[in-house]
Design a protein around this ligand. Structure first.
Ligand SMILES: [Zn+2]
Length: 178
């Protein structure tokens, strides 16, 4: 748990801080781990942080926004002071977002397990990309892009936990392209 000393969860509500640990992850650098077990459907936390609205990205802004979480087109939550800046992507995630900020469990999660979300489900920036996904799940999509690039089958499988606004973005893009 040395990583806790390197990445202390400072400047955030105590209640949120106590729920998580930051530790090394096989997916990417460090990841977000839960200090309590959760059952499928359980509320885990709200994502705190101010909303950022950007209509046009510059290369330096793109770098800044690497850990932000999308809430709709052009709008993100700045997670710089939130434990969710450490959450890793997985193509087979164990948490998802309801509405804009409510994180809940997609299945049972053990105490000490890393939590992951599918980044594609809350991102619609056209040039956003993870070139080589390291999640190692059996359904890994390898190249991870924003919601509009999901294939129809993946969209159908995941629809029940894709935030409404991103479902709409996916559906509208399909309409435009047909
Ligand atoms: Zn993957």
């Amino acid at each position: 748990m040395d990583w806790l000393l390197i990445f202390p969860l400072k400047n955030m509500a105590n209640s949120t801080q106590k729920k998580f640990s930051i530790s090394r992850s096989h997916i990417d650098g460090v990841g977000l781990y839960v200090n309590h077990p959760y059952k499928k459907g359980d509320f885990i936390a709200y994502i705190e942080g101010e909303k950022v609205v950007i209509k046009k990205f510059t290369p330096s802004l793109s770098k800044m926004g690497w850990n932000w979480i999308g809430t709709s087109r052009y709008t993100w939550i700045n997670t710089d002071k939130s434990p969710f800046r450490y959450i890793n992507h997985s193509c087979d995630p164990n948490v998802a977002i309801r509405g804009e900020r409510t994180v809940y469990a997609l299945r049972s999660i053990s105490k000490g397990e890393e939590i992951t979300m599918d980044y594609s489900l809350t991102e619609c920036q056209d040039d956003w990309l993870i070139p080589r996904c390291q999640c190692s799940s059996s359904n890994c999509r390898k190249v991870i892009r924003s919601i509009q690039y999901l294939d129809n089958n993946t969209f159908k499988q995941k629809k029940s936990f894709i935030p409404k606004k991103f479902q709409e973005i996916f559906i509208n893009m399909r309409k435009k392209n047909t």
